[in-house]
Design a protein around this ligand. Structure first.
Ligand code: NAD
Length: 258
């Protein structure tokens, strides 16, 4: 019998990551959810429609990611990593109360970019030890944002963190090709998730101005559908794919005129 295929899904306890975990379960993959909150982890395990594992940890912490990878490899063959962990952030470089907090800039880049790289480097070492299946040892999918391309006023830190994920996609894919591991990035537009629910309604309505077609926010299941296709399609590698319904974000969120 072939070993269970295991996927590490960072930020897998909510939003886009949780939808990815659900989709993986429906394909017979065991998701290992890495997240910071034990409580959210247990809630996610209850919400999912099949077997999954939760490991508490921070993506930017080497021992905690190593522990999650140990758990993942104990359960089967780690062939899939989906990095969804991330934090939103909005603050002006020159705000009313002074310049942008340097500490906050470092925090955002540490979680979103350094955390993603930390998982990629440690997971790829494990995947490189897999026996090839269909000439592949694994696939890693990272999550950027439209802010990597069209960061709005107030998004300097967030855009820098997501732009770094886009920029490292090709060099990672080129280097890990020797190990038969693909690296792909997805840049989502506006998706209805718990992170977005914390944004004030007026700010969300202002973003609606940029919607093109469909004129609605994305469903996390639609993001998960793209991830499933990337995992299945060996020709997708070294690329960032936008999933945004043609949205191109304006310089700053615009208020509706009516
Ligand atoms: N929802 C959107 O519209 C949207 C748009 C563009 C990009 N994204 C990106 O998609 C990803 C998922 O976002 P979401 O909307 O599902 O948000 P979410 O808040 O529902 O999920 C993010 C998850 O990451 C976890 N996380 C945060 N920091 C972590 C850390 N240091 N270590 C481990 N886990 C950590 C959070 O606890 C949370 O469970 C994020 O990277 C986000 O930047 C989302």
């Amino acid at each position: 019998m072939s070993p269970t295929t295991v996927a590490l899904v960072t930020g897998g306890t909510s939003g886009l990551g949780l939808a990815v975990a659900d989709r993986l379960i429906s394909s017979g993959v065991l998701p290992v959810l890495l997240g910071r909150s034990e409580e959210r982890g247990q809630e996610a395990l209850k919400a999912l429609g099949g077997p999954a594992v939760f490991v508490r940890g921070d993506v930017a912490d080497e021992p905690e990611v190593t522990e999650a990878l140990d758990v993942a490899t104990r359960h089967g063959s780690l062939r899939i990593v989906v990095n969804c962990a991330g934090v939103p952030h909005a603050a002006r470089v020159l705000g009313r109360s002074g310049p942008h907090s340097l500490e906050r800039f470092v925090d955002v880049v540490t979680t979103n970019l350094v955390g993603t790289f930390n998982v990629v480097r440690l997971a790829s070492e494990r995947m490189a030890a897999n026996a090839p299946v269909d000439q592949e040892r694994g696939v890693i999918v990272n999550t950027a944002s439209l802010a990597a391309f069209e960061g709005q006023v107030g998004q300097a830190a967030y855009a820098a963190s997501k732009g770094g994920i886009v920029s490292m996609t090709l060099p990672l894919a080129r280097e890990l090709a020797d190990s038969l591991i693909r690296v792909v990035t997805v840049a989502p537009g506006f998706f209805a998730t718990p992170a977005v629910a914390t944004v004030p309604a007026a700010a969300r309505a202002a973003l609606d101005h940029d919607l093109v077609h469909p004129k609605r926010w994305g469903d996390p299941g639609e993001f998960a559908g793209l991830i499933a296709h990337i995992i299945d399609n060996p020709m997708i590698n070294g690329e960032t794919i936008r999933i945004d319904g043609a949205v191109r974000m304006s310089s700053s969120p615009r208020r509706r005129s009516s």
